[in-house]
Design a protein around this ligand. Structure first.
Ligand code: NAD
Ligand code: LMR
Length: 328
């Protein structure tokens, strides 16, 4: 039996956290041969309710689940952890944009960045989900000076999955057949769902698509999908977010499928003219626990313009939290 991997989940009693813990314990994220130990973190007022989550996890008798710790102490949760899922943060309500959460949530991520720096495994992989996710990842990483920024990422996989699903529905094929869609930029209404490189059953999708539908229907639908779910459900997406977290970490750890790529918001290395250091969503291929940005894609002018706008928003968000960023 392998040694367990320690997975910390902040906001573990929240909507996403509740869905997440059970899927990880079932092996959906790290595979059916990998034992896991869960560290469930909540704020002191809520930590009591984690006892219920703990009992339910026990009652599932998951063969891979070796240990569960519930705590409101951030350093206890992150101590030696291999994977940190930073979910705990306030969600937006109807009529809000994700960046409206910046001031409310930013302080959480500077404190958690410092705690990860102090006690996490030196190889920890961090996924920031709490919104606005890209800028929160920048804050966390900049407060964790002894960790490599490349150990941090923010989630745009839900947007990536939404794009795949829309394309499959439009072209009446299985999502299995859809490859090489990309989300560029910010996890916000300026994000750029790009299907110009997409493949359907290994053939280019672009010649099969009505380009008007892509511009006027698909792109706005994906950009506004989070708001549409909030309007319909009265609460932000949870099960689909948890599922995207499974996909993001599984691919980062175990590698992306041959011939395909995925979208992850990661610190820019300047690729595609995007300012170095910004947490920007890119198409990436993962191998051996590392990601690499897909190089040399030909970017059409309309997509280039949209990328410029989403990067401008990331720069604005960075400016708004400048006080929380540690100089490198
Ligand atoms: P929720 O309100 O149901 O749960 C959040 C939990 O976090 C609460 O239980 C709260 O007590 C806890 N929390 C708050 N501050 C904390 C802290 N400092 N440490 C530990 N726990 C803390 O919200 P949710 O629906 O689970 O959403 C969580 C976040 O994820 C929101 O910011 C939401 O906007 C974001 N989200 C992002 C994506 C994405 O694709 N990136 C998708 C869905 C939701
Ligand atoms: C989503 O994309 O569903 C989440 O970021 C929640 C939100 O605020 O839209």
């Amino acid at each position: 039996m392998k040694e367990p991997l320690h997975v910390a989940i902040s906001g573990a009693a929240g909507q996403i956290g509740y869905a997440l813990a059970f899927r990880i314990a079932a092996g959906d994220m790290l595979g059916s041969e990998q034992p896991v130990a869960l560290r469930l973190l909540e704020i002191p007022q809520v930590v009591q309710s984690l006892e219920g989550v703990h009992m339910e996890l026990q009652d599932c008798a998951f063969p891979l689940l070796q240990e569960v710790v519930t705590t409101s102490d951030t350093e206890e949760a992150f101590n030696g952890c291999d994977i940190a899922l930073l979910v705990g943060a306030r969600p937006r309500g109807p009529g809000q944009e994700r960046k409206d959460l910046l001031q409310a949530n930013a302080a959480i991520f500077s404190a958690q960045g410092r705690a990860l720096d102090a006690v996490a495994s030196r190889q920890v992989k961090v996924l920031v989900v709490g919104n606005p996710a890209n800028t929160n990842a920048l804050i966390a990483s900049s407060n964790a000076k002894r960790l490599n920024p490349q150990q941090f990422s923010a989630m745009t996989r839900l947007d990536h999955n939404r794009t795949k699903a829309q394309l499959a529905a439009r072209l009446q094929c299985s999502v299995r057949e859809v490859k090489r869609v990309t989300i560029w930029g910010n996890h916000s209404a300026t994000q750029v769902p790009d299907v110009t490189q997409a493949l359907i059953a290994d053939r280019p999708a672009w010649p099969q698509l009505d380009h008007g539908w892509v511009e006027d229907t698909m792109i706005p639908l994906v950009q506004q999908r989070g708001a549409a779910v909030i309007k319909a459900r009265g609460a932000s997406s949870a099960a689909s977010a948890a599922s995207a977290i499974m996909d993001h970490v599984r691919d980062w750890v175990q590698g992306t499928a041959p011939g395909d790529w995925v979208s992850m918001a990661i610190p820019s290395d300047g690729s595609y003219g995007i300012e170095t250091g910004l947490f920007c969503s890119y198409p990436v291929v993962c191998r051996d626990g590392r990601y690499n940005i897909v190089p040399d894609l030909a970017i059409e002018e309309p997509i280039r313009k949209r990328i410029k706008a989403t990067v401008a928003e990331l720069l604005e968000e960075r400016e708004a939290v400048a006080a929380l960023l540690k100089p490198s």
